[in-house]
Design a protein around this ligand. Structure first.
Ligand code: SF4
Ligand code: SF4
Ligand code: SF4
Length: 416
């Protein structure tokens, strides 16, 4: 197994500023018979977590290492009885395990409330337990509510093993075939760069639909910081709206804020080069909004590191450059969180170069406008994209559109 390795999104080579070469995909699917030395409950649980409906990786060394760290053999034995959709009671798991309920229930409760690797819901006397997908799911749940100072040695190892699994590139294969689950929304100065953005495209207007707001720490940047690869950008800007906000506050994971405070936090995030997202659904009683960077966020890293677009909606607005104003300084390419711009730096013969020394990689561009803000010479402006991206009506529609892609990605991964 390779150890987690630091990567840069942007590189400067031979006077050209542009994206770093894609990270190689190193996934090596294995058979269950390759792990005969492992306890059966750990293997059973790893097989469950590898389900395509959980966007799981195929059985591989990295998955087995992560599951062995997170679950003891006894915990894995109970957890392997759970599924993703329908919750199961402690009594039902106890019957399957042929053990008394009073022994099984504390195991499931510990996994749900201390390690936070299962979901528990319902009243105390009839609680239901579910498995969480590894990402998005278990990774976020384990780290939500944590700060860099509160992480234990167990968390550090969890992050390290998760990163080794992520770096195999397995999730990029899902992202290539998934619908556009998230979309960028301008909020701060980037709105000035996109003056004709519609109300549905502006975070301010979308927030008007909710009356409850909360913020917490970004789990991806905490994880990268714990690996010694943090980018130093602000942490407390992961936001929940509506019912999710109330639940997160009641659980002590997020703190309640007003709409005005949330907008200030999001503007501050954008001023640090973070990109503000929401889930790509129009009608929802709850929403979330992340503020992400191309170096730490798992969704953005599939683009910036693995060159695998998919989960991110195509932009409503794209940058256009006026060659007469441009001096090929490269600041726009350095500021782009997606590595979507290639600039040949001034100095050599500009007119002899193809596209006059500036190229935008359309398949990577999310239309965030950060390059426009970085350009001192006002050589860039945002213009409407040729096609306006569609959003999903509700969560059901988003999930229904996801299933065929998940199955096809899983089939391809297992044939590697
Ligand atoms: S998705 Fe973005 S804001 Fe959310 S935890 Fe990851 S990097 Fe942080
Ligand atoms: S578009 Fe602006 S920031 Fe980019 S290279 Fe030209 S002058 Fe520099
Ligand atoms: S709008 Fe500019 S900064 Fe944003 S992704 Fe596109 S090229 Fe990069």
């Amino acid at each position: 197994m390779a150890t987690p390795e630091s990567r840069r999104v942007i590189e400067i080579n031979e006077r050209v500023v542009g994206p770093a070469p894609p990270r190689p995909r190193t996934l090596r699917p294995r058979r269950r018979s390759d792990f005969t030395h492992m306890p059966a409950p750990i293997l059973d649980l790893a097989v469950r977590l590898s389900s395509p409906l959980m966007m799981g990786p195929p059985l591989c060394e990295e998955l087995i290492a992560l599951v062995s760290h997170v679950f003891t053999e006894e915990e894995a034995s109970a957890a392997r009885r759970l599924g993703l959709a329908a919750g199961r009671s402690a009594a039902s798991v106890a019957r399957a395990e042929r053990r008394p309920r009073h022994q099984i229930e504390p195991i499931l409760d510990r996994l749900a409330s201390e390690k936070r690797v299962l979901l528990a819901s319902g009243p105390e006397d009839d609680r239901r337990y579910r498995l969480l997908p590894i990402v998005p799911g278990m990774f976020e749940n384990v780290l939500v509510g944590q700060s860099p100072d509160s992480l234990s040695g167990w968390h550090y190892r969890f992050v390290e093993l998760f990163e080794m699994l992520y770096e195999t590139g397995y999730s990029a294969a899902y992202s290539e075939r998934s619908p556009a689950a998230v979309r960028y929304l301008p909020v701060g100065k980037s709105i000035e760069a996109q003056p004709v953005a519609l109300p549905t495209d502006r975070l301010e207007d979308v927030l008007d639909r909710f009356d409850s707001f909360a913020v917490g720490n970004c789990q991806c940047r905490i994880a990268m910081q714990s690996l010694g690869r943090g980018c130093g950008k602000p942490l407390e800007n992961c936001a929940a709206m509506g019912r999710w906000a109330d639940v997160a506050v009641a659980a002590g994971l997020f703190r309640k804020v007003s709409k005005a405070e949330l907008l200030d936090i999001k503007r501050e995030a954008e001023s640090h080069g973070l990109v503000n997202w929401m889930m790509n659904v129009r009608h929802a009683r709850s929403q979330c909004s992340c503020s992400c960077c191309g170096c730490c966020c798992h969704a953005m890293r599939t683009v910036s590191e693995f060159s695998a677009p998919g989960m991110i909606a195509p932009p409503s607005f794209v940058p256009r450059r006026d060659p007469a104003m441009c001096d090929n300084c490269g600041k726009c390419a350095l500021s782009c969180p997606m590595g979507a711009i290639v600039v040949e730096l001034a100095g050599a013969d500009r007119d002899a170069r193809p596209s006059n020394g500036y190229r935008r990689l359309a398949e990577r561009c999310i239309g965030c406008g950060l390059c426009v803000l970085a350009c001192d010479r006002r050589a860039l402006s945002m213009i409407p994209a040729p096609e306006r991206p569609a959003s999903y009506r509700n969560w059901f529609s988003l999930i229904a559109h996801s299933v065929p892609g998940l199955l096809s990605a899983s089939w391809r991964l297992r044939r590697q």
